[in-house]
Design a protein around this ligand. Structure first.
Ligand code: SF4
Length: 641
């Protein structure tokens, strides 16, 4: 088979068994990679209501179709399981070489089942899987863990994905850290690893993936590399990283600021990628085979917050905004010290930043006291507040034990109106993207993604303000970021497109058509060159739609249908100043966008995937399963009747 390794490996940590399964041509074409593989396994193999931290939960690691080819940017890998943070479908994605090494080692996917009764790590090398004792490294921070495993294996090129002390302590916002500075952070997949006593996975593969038309792939790769070299977006990205976008968001009035109370920050130009490039940027880093080195590295021996070690990378946009503007902190060293701590302990900086903002506002409003916080008096703009709350959460100290359960649980327990400014969807704290000034983001945080307030489910509104954004999917006319009409169908198509980019294992910065980095037509070309298929845009988008419906069905089956498709109250407050001043998101606007999205998706009014749509995707078994669990799939409206 071309383009795939052709096998999946299943490791059971309870009994130590390792089983290989065939991943054949039909499965490959039906699922491709990423969510396509993971959502199918989770939906069909996990019983509804399973304990996310029990041995019955499973973790699925995958790359994608172009993973381990020569196309630059084939670096995305995925980990999926039931989320202990949200209780619904969980998924995290990361860049780097984990997916490549896994595929070169002979596997399109790795499934982890059961739970060990003592700390272990996995060593996967060219088709051989070993479960090794991790007693010596349990308790270590992530960089030390990676070094210790490489030393034990005597292989410096092994790729490591590991958890830190936060994951071990079952902090529900724990992140898997890879290459010391890359995080698969969202939805607590590291917490699931912790519950299985799985400290790390080390992978190394030296095999090659067979390609149907190597000459055509070579030409495609050559052209792609050259185009990226002169692409103005990629050039900016190389200079300033993702936080080079901070001034743009500031100008648009949608830079998340002061716990989502504002959309502009006076100190924006002190935390931007441009400011970093002129101050503490030590060097730029890139994934294997990528010619757009956008990763930052900050290495400063002496700072008021102790040394900042380059191996932990440097803060990217999400962290810069979360630990910066969201908390009114304009000190890049404080932000990067917190970034380092988060990577070392293994926690999600997005979830953590929302938690810190919520704690400050609770204190301001008299909902939490100094005594509740172990003597801390939290303040906006205060690095000590950030570093102290992070420490409490990562170690489950004091109130940190409750905060480590996530913002939904913490705000429900504390109450007193604090739920109104607890910014999460389905229990997943929001990414640093403001839905009031780019309205389609509301859908990205709700219906378009099965996880909650994650931003990587689709390109956002500004991408569709230019003409001919994605002509193959009918997205031709520019639509303002403030408009609600039309966002339902646009975001639905953009979400399927993103799932396809992901299923290829491609970095969005390198292949997302909505960012003008490719076209859907070219994506189909390279799929055909690699696999020898003669596939079409329609077939591949339908494959992505199948994956999205499976993931949505998982979330619905866990009880989160339309009722979960809602934003926190904070977004009903208008933004007070800047270019998006006066904009909010009302219930009517949310209802309108959801109704439109559901019609486009072929879902019921309750947000349940519809029978006709599911059957058209070859998912009749999902219809039966949803109906068996009390979710009606035939109360559809619009296209699926
Ligand atoms: S753009 Fe950045 S994340 Fe994407 S492949 Fe290149 S270095 Fe990796």
């Amino acid at each position: 088979m071309f383009g795939f390794a052709g096998k999946i490996v299943r490791v059971n940590l309870t009994n130590g068994s390792v089983k290989e399964e065939v991943f054949d041509q039909a499965m490959a074409r039906n699922q491709i990679g990423g969510r396509g593989i993971g959502a199918k396994i989770l939906f069909t193999e996990l019983a509804p209501g399973v304990d996310p931290l029990g041995p019955e939960n499973k973790l699925v690691f995958t790359g994608g179709l172009l993973t381990a080819t020569t196309v630059p940017g084939n670096t995305r890998w995925f980990v999926m399981g039931k989320s202990p943070l949200t209780g619904v479908y969980g998924e995290s994605t990361c860049s780097g070489s984990f997916g490549k090494e896994l595929k070169r080692a002979g596997y399109d996917a790795l499934i982890i089942e059961g739970a060990s009764d003592h700390p272990v790590f996995l060593w996967i090398k060219d088709g051989k899987v070993e479960i090794r004792d991790a007693g010596e490294i349990w308790g270590k921070e992530t960089a030390e863990t990676e070094d210790a495993i490489k030393a034990e294996l005597g292989d410096n090129r092994a790729w490591i994905a590991c958890i830190g002390p936060a994951g071990e302590k079952l902090v529900k916002i724990a992140a898997i850290i890879s290459d010391k500075h890359r995080a698969a952070a969202r939805t607590g997949m590291a917490t699931v690893m912790g519950s299985k006593k799985l400290k790390a996975i080390a992978v190394r593969g030296t095999g090659k993936i067979s390609i149907a038309h190597p000459d055509r792939v070579k030409v495609f790769t050559g052209e792609y590399v050259k185009e990226r070299e002169v692409d103005p977006g990629c050039i900016n990205f190389t200079k300033y990283g993702t936080s080079g976008g901070v001034p743009v968001l500031q100008n648009q009035g949608i830079l998340p600021t002061k716990g989502w109370q504002r959309g502009t920050f006076e100190g924006f130009d002190k935390i931007s990628g441009q400011a970093l490039a002129q101050s503490y940027l030590t060097k730029t880093l890139h994934c294997e085979g990528c010619n757009v080195p956008h990763d930052r590295q900050v290495d400063v021996k002496e700072t008021p917050y102790g040394p900042i070690r380059g191996e932990y990378g440097g803060a990217e946009y999400e962290t810069v905004s979360g630990y910066g503007s969201l908390l009114l902190i304009d000190d890049l060293l404080a932000i990067n010290a917190a970034n380092q701590y988060s990577n070392a302990m293994g926690i999600d900086t997005l979830s953590a930043s929302n938690i810190v903002a919520w704690v400050i506002e609770c204190y301001e409003k008299g909902i939490l006291s100094k005594e509740d916080l172990g003597g801390l008096e939290p303040k906006w703009g205060d690095p000590n507040t950030l570093h102290s709350v992070l420490g409490m959460v990562a170690n489950r100290e004091g109130l940190g034990d409750l905060l480590a359960e996530g913002l939904r649980t913490a705000s429900q327990k504390i109450g007193k109106g604090s739920e109104d400014f607890a910014v999460h969807v389905r229990g997943l704290e929001a990414a640093m993207h403001e839905p009031r000034g780019k309205k389609g983001t509301m859908l990205i945080y709700t219906a378009a993604g099965p996880r909650g307030a994650a931003h990587m489910e689709a390109a956002q509104d500004p991408a569709f303000e230019r003409p001919n954004a994605v002509p193959e999917l009918g997205i031709v006319n520019p639509v303002s970021r403030f408009v609600v009409d039309e966002k339902g169908w646009i975001i639905k198509r953009a979400a399927d497109l993103r799932t396809l980019v992901n299923a290829l294992g491609m970095c969005t910065f390198m292949m997302e058509p909505a960012f003008n980095r490719s076209t859907v037509t070219r994506m189909i070309e390279i799929i055909n060159h690699v696999t020898g298929w003669e596939t079409t845009v329609e077939e591949m988008i339908q494959t992505a739609e199948r994956a999205n419906n499976l993931a949505r069905a998982f979330t619905v089956r866990e009880g989160s249908d339309r009722r979960g498709d809602t934003l926190p109250k904070r977004f009903q407050d208008p933004l007070p100043e800047g270019a998006s001043a006066g904009y909010s998101i009302s219930q009517e606007e949310m209802d309108k966008m959801l109704d439109d999205f559901y019609v486009e998706a072929g879902w019921t009014r309750q947000g349940v995937p519809g029978k006709a749509k599911l059957e058209s995707l070859g998912l009749a078994y999902v219809v039966e399963e949803l109906e068996r669990n009390g979710y009606r799939t035939t109360e559809s409206f619009g296209c699926c009747g």
